[in-house]
Design a protein around this ligand. Structure first.
Ligand code: ASP
Length: 324
């Protein structure tokens, strides 16, 4: 009897350590093609037939909004092609949270879109790329995986929204707010289906969103400059997004003039929840978003009329039940 046909996947490779040449920490990210990587991953054929494409191959520290738009277009086109059951996107880990945030907020996926990467180059002892890729391929090909954007990394499945790279070197550098991983890939425990609000449009041109450190050593005047040139500002604040008193006047001024100002935390983990200061100063708490992810979210929300910001922000980024 002939073997049942395997699902067909598209693997969009964008570079990163998972495709690096060299060893140690001074390797060349994105040097290997997905076809080359697949040659050393024969087990992948058990789960899917895989077509490869490479919209770009970079170290993700060099990603710009232009790369994000290119990837968004490639994914949107692939989602519309019925022959693909799902997509795998390999990506550098450094700025994966920005890409994941953008995709989670702007796609309306009808299939699984599974991001993955690696912390060690393929030639390094203990390289993690082939395991991560294999698990990502399996998740994208599994008929039980719900449509949505996920990250598979270090034997865990994460939601794309709320994701953050929280460690510079660990083999599991990712964490997610508010509940951590959705499931595991060893043993195989699939994520539950999450309800997602409708996607936001891609802003063109990409608005300027500044990231400002706001502590005792920083001058609030930087926010006044941002007011003149930008659409939004994300403040990197201590602790649970605590606003220093000497920044309050500049913040109130900025929000009154129409700047979307987000309170994010410089702590590596934990949410930033609504606080009475938001009503007083007109700020938005980052919720489940890291500061880099909040920057992407603010770029998507700022082009909407100001009266809609509150609803858009609350529905997407605040953990359920978060009250002032
Ligand atoms: N610098 C690399 C990148 O983000 C790191 C990685 O992939 O882990 O492309």
């Amino acid at each position: 009897m002939a073997a049942p046909p395997r699902p067909r996947l598209l693997w969009l490779a964008t570079g990163g350590t998972v495709a690096a040449a060299g060893r140690g920490i001074a390797y060349r990210a994105g040097a290997l093609s997905p076809e080359t990587l697949l040659e050393s991953l024969p087990e992948a054929a058990r789960y899917a037939e895989i077509e490869c494409a490479s919209p770009y191959a970079i170290d993700s520290k060099d990603a710009t909004p232009q790369h994000w738009l290119r990837l968004h277009t490639a994914i949107t086109e692939a989602l519309a092609r019925p022959q693909f059951a799902g997509l795998v996107v390999s990506h550098g880990t450094d700025t994966l949270e920005e890409t994941a945030t953008l995709l989670a907020l702007t796609l309306a996926p009808t299939k699984p879109v599974v991001l993955t990467g690696a912390m060690r180059p393929p030639a390094e002892a203990g390289a993690d790329g082939s395991r991560n890729l294999l698990h990502a391929i399996r998740l994208a090909a599994d008929a039980d995986t719900p449509p949505g954007v996920f990250l598979v990394f270090g034997e865990e499945v994460f939601p794309a929204l709320g994701l953050r790279k929280a460690h510079t070197l660990a083999l599991q550098p990712f964490a997610a707010e508010p509940r951590g991983a959705l499931g595991t890939t060893f043993p195989w425990l699939l994520p539950p289906i999450e309800e997602r609000p409708s996607p936001l449009p891609l802003p063109r041109p990409w608005p300027t969103v500044v990231l400002l450190s706001a502590t005792a050593l920083d001058a609030p005047e930087a926010l006044r400059q941002a007011q003149e040139t930008g659409a939004a500002a994300v403040l990197l604040l201590p602790g649970h997004g605590s606003v220093p008193e000497r920044w309050e006047a500049a913040i109130a001024d900025a929000t009154a003039s129409g700047l979307l100002v987000v309170r994010a935390s410089r702590c590596g983990q934990g949410p930033v929840l609504p606080h009475p200061v938001d009503e007083r100063l007109g700020t938005f708490p980052a919720g489940i978003l890291s500061a880099p992810a909040a920057r992407v979210a603010a770029a998507l929300v700022a082009p909407f009329p100001r009266e809609e910001w509150q609803t858009l922000w609350r529905a997407r980024f605040l953990p359920y039940g978060a009250e002032t």
